[in-house]
Design a protein around this ligand. Structure first.
Ligand code: SF4
Length: 482
């Protein structure tokens, strides 16, 4: 389905459970919102690793009757769902990424974006290394296999110190899982435990809940957690507290599932706080508040609670429409949007409507929804957005279009209002957004709104790799918008 911003990836791992592979399958299902381009599971019996990946959703890759899960059945497993932010959407780039090297076997699953991957790859290619994919994850395998790195007391910690950017990583070795989170803690990662006491690790706690497990805690920024026959153990590859975190607050606004607990709080509760703050900052005189489902729903509830304007479902999302990236014409793309989001005429007809969405990226999709609500008879439409205007690209793993394509890049609020065709438009302020969060304001990344990149982009990315990254982004959006 055409969408203006893309989730990145989802990770799941479990150690020592006789049903580890089946549980990974269900864990991935609950993380499907983080990526639908490919899915994969790698498992180990303690001595050797098997891996299977395919293109499409979890249900499609591991379809019933295929016998794939049965063949993978082992007590240690990791899984991955992918949306490609780096490297194109093809089977070679699907994960877990499995390699054999002189120390044995390893399968890796990555969520995030390594901003120095191009630089590192250039170095390795200059010495004759051959890469089989175009993902930034493969460079980690080369770093692990380098003899001078393998001889270090803690090779994995040593390798992680070479990476710059955002990363949550799962490594499946024959006898253990190692879970690591970058020193800034950009993406979420947590640990849980099954009813039978087996440890799990997941991008979001919703996967642990799905399996009836108990949430234990989040993996700390700069931490490596080992899941093995002794249980779990922890070590840090950077000194804790030295780096101020940069949690992606967009995870809270849009990416993460409402029942997940990330960055110290529940996503749904956070979004309701946003809605309440939004209503205080941008009140509207209206008869009904409707969300753009699903990610705008919690904020719309908060807006309604604060303003006293009744909440209703004026837009209904179809969950049965698959993703179609390349559509032959604008007309067909509009049909796809209509198929995905239908207006409930009875809710909006002859009424003054507040529409709450989590964000506006290029604005064209929002404009389409506004037109549909107007055609259904709305008297007035007041657009309210639970984050500030997006003005800068993300280098940490979120696939926004180029800066020039962002609707707020060079438009005033008045021009955005005209462009969307609404009576009023109101965005959340950055201060308002940060005031809703439980952690201190400087613990979040807000670069796509303010342009201040906490993980230095210019020092970490050489000119060539930056161009490579930007070209990739451009290609991606060309492909989506063809
Ligand atoms: S730039 Fe925006 S989307 Fe990217 S990590 Fe920072 S807050 Fe998240």
């Amino acid at each position: 389905m055409y969408c203006e911003k893309k989730e990145e990836c989802g990770l799941f791992g479990i150690f020592g459970d006789p049903e580890a592979v089946q549980k990974t399958y269900f864990g991935l299902f609950s993380l499907q919102h983080r990526g639908q381009e490919s899915a994969g599971i790698a498992s180990s019996d303690g001595e050797s690793i098997q891996c299977y990946t395919g293109m499409g959703t979890v249900g499609r890759v591991f379809r019933t009757g295929s016998g794939i899960l049965e063949k993978l059945a082992n007590p240690i497993a990791i899984g991955h769902v992918r949306y490609s932010t780096m490297g194109s959407s093809k089977i070679e780039n699907s994960q877990p990424f499995f390699v054999e090297y002189s120390r044995g076997q390893v399968a890796m699953a990555h969520n995030g974006n390594l901003i120095n991957a191009g630089l590192l790859r250039d170095e390795y290619e200059a010495y004759g290394s051959i890469f089989k994919s175009t993902t930034d994850t493969e460079i980690i395998a080369h770093l692990l296999a380098k003899p001078s790195h393998m001889s270090k007391p803690d090779p994995l910690a040593h390798v992680l110190n070479h990476l710059q950017g955002s990363y949550c990583l799962l490594f499946l070795f024959n006898d253990r899982i190692e879970a690591a989170r970058d020193p800034y803690g950009v993406r979420p990662l947590c640990i849980g435990q099954t009813e039978n006491g087996h440890y799990m690790v997941a991008s979001e706690s919703c996967a642990i809940d799905t399996l009836g497990g108990k949430f234990i805690r989040e993996v700390e920024p700069g931490e490596i957690v080992t899941l093995d026959k002794h249980g779990i153990s922890s070590r840090f590859f950077v000194t804790p507290g030295v780096v101020t975190p940069a949690h992606c607050i967009f995870e809270h606004i849009y990416f993460a599932k409402q029942n997940s607990f990330i960055f110290g709080e529940n996503v749904h509760e956070f979004r309701k706080k946003l809605g309440r703050k939004l209503a205080q900052e941008n009140p509207a005189e209206a008869d009904v508040v409707i969300p753009v489902p699903d990610s705008g729903t919690s904020a719309a509830i908060g807006f309604s609670q604060q303003s006293g304007i009744p909440f209703d479902m004026g837009l209904v999302r179809s969950h049965y429409v698959g993703r179609t990236f390349i559509s032959p014409s604008q007309k067909l793309r509009e049909l796809q949007v209509k198929l995905k989001l239908a207006v409930v005429k009875e809710v909006v007809k002859d009424r003054r409507v507040v529409v709450v969405d989590d964000s506006i990226v290029r604005g064209t999709t929002t404009k389409g929804k506004i037109m549909a609500i107007r055609q259904a008879g709305a008297k007035e439409i007041h657009m309210r957005v639970s984050c500030p205007p997006l003005r800068h690209p993300c280098f940490y793993g979120v696939d926004f279009p180029t800066r020039e394509e962002l609707v707020a890049h060079n438009k005033t609020l008045e021009q955005i209002k005209e462009f969307l065709g609404v009576e009023s438009v109101g965005y959340m302020s950055l201060e308002g957004l940060l005031s809703c969060a439980v952690l201190p304001a400087d613990h979040y990344c807000t670069a796509c709104w303010c342009g201040k990149y906490k993980i230095p982009v210019d020092t970490a990315v050489n000119k060539f790799s930056l161009e490579r990254y930007q070209l990739h982004m451009f290609d991606k959006w060309e492909q989506i918008n063809e």
